[in-house]
Design a protein around this ligand. Structure first.
Ligand SMILES: [Zn+2]
Length: 323
């Protein structure tokens, strides 16, 4: 961290709105190696963090970096959970009655997602460094079961939910999400979604695809991660049409200058055009080092100290209602 960024932080909050946490180092390492970041093209300047992403790594990194909060945007790897559940169900069970076996499999994956959310929500209640947005995959539970799961977790002080349409295989306007958008709107919970193009013709979550969601749920607190990712050119139009949508800078800030990412200068212009009160610091820890991310934000050209203070923490304080 540069001396100037330290001086700025001493008078304002430093909050990372896009953080992942894993129950142990092995799970963190598995997640990092199995998640392919393809959309920006090749960029030899990208630096990945070496930590695994368990609680020890998170506490060390964020305490040392002087962060006030790390917001966990929890991600459930449905494909991995399905493979694990398939391994647990014995051959006898699966060979006899295929439809029952599939039902058992769905049930096991649903239970795994619920357990994963309860783990992170409980941690959020006891650890003052972290706030939690739980994972929601509408392909795993019925809309009714998901809505009641979320209502139960609301009592544990969760701040919202994380969606990953691209990796979980649905579009932002999927009808199975309607009940979730209803619950989040009514409870004032935030929906933070991955945004970016689809891979190999799979589900995509480009900024423009959120327009219909914002039409139908105008009071939804929606955060689009990665400022649109490799579909960043759509972010400004969406932002102008829907003043309620806000963004995080995770990933795209590390990839600035890559073939399908904006240059540092273009990224600054994009932030200024959208409004520095609508863009937040995000690191995507443990993929990237959050202190390096702060430095990259600090070195964006043309942003004043008030604008930087808003991006590095002030906007997140307001959005999440933090003290
Ligand atoms: Zn992420």
């Amino acid at each position: 961290m540069t001396p100037s960024s330290k001086a700025l932080h001493s008078s304002s909050s430093l909050i990372d709105i896009h953080v992942h946490l894993y129950e142990n180092k092995e799970l963190g390492n598995n997640a990092k190696t199995s998640y392919e970041i393809w959309e920006y093209g090749e960029d030899p300047n990208v630096e990945f963090a070496t930590v695994s992403g368990d609680l020890e790594d998170l506490s060390n990194t964020y305490n040392k970096g002087g962060f006030d909060r790390a917001i966990i945007v929890h991600l459930f790897d449905t494909a991995l959970a399905r493979a694990e559940a398939r391994g647990r169900l014995s051959f006898e069970q699966t060979s006899g009655d295929i439809s029952k076996a599939n039902l058992d499999l769905d049930l096991a994956v649903g239970e795994a997602m619920i357990a994963s959310n309860e783990w992170i929500a409980n941690l959020g209640q006891t650890n003052p460094l972290i706030e939690v947005m739980v994972t929601v995959d509408p392909t795993v539970l019925t809309p009714k079961d998901l809505a009641s799961h979320l209502s139960n977790l609301a009592d544990k002080g969760i701040k919202g939910i994380k969606l990953h349409p691209v990796s979980q295989g649905y579009v932002p306007s999927d009808p199975r999400l309607a009940a979730i958008y209803d619950v989040c709107t009514n409870a004032g919970m935030i929906v933070l979604s991955h945004s970016g193009p689809g891979h190999h013709g799979g589900a995509s979550a480009r900024p423009s695809e959120f327009a219909s969601v914002l039409d139908q749920w105008p009071n939804l607190h929606l955060v689009l991660a990665h400022l649109g990712g490799a579909a960043w050119r759509e972010a400004e139009d969406l932002a102008q049409a829907y003043p309620q949508v806000v963004f995080d800078l995770s990933e795209i800030i590390e990839w600035e200058g890559a073939p399908n990412a904006p240059s540092r200068k273009k990224l600054s212009t994009l932030i200024k055009n959208i409004g520095s009160d609508r863009v937040m610091l995000g690191s995507d820890f443990p993929w990237y080092d959050p202190t390096r991310t702060v430095d990259k934000v600090m070195s964006l050209p043309g942003l004043g100290s008030d604008e930087l203070a808003a991006i590095l923490g002030g906007n997140a304080v307001n959005l999440l209602g933090l003290d």
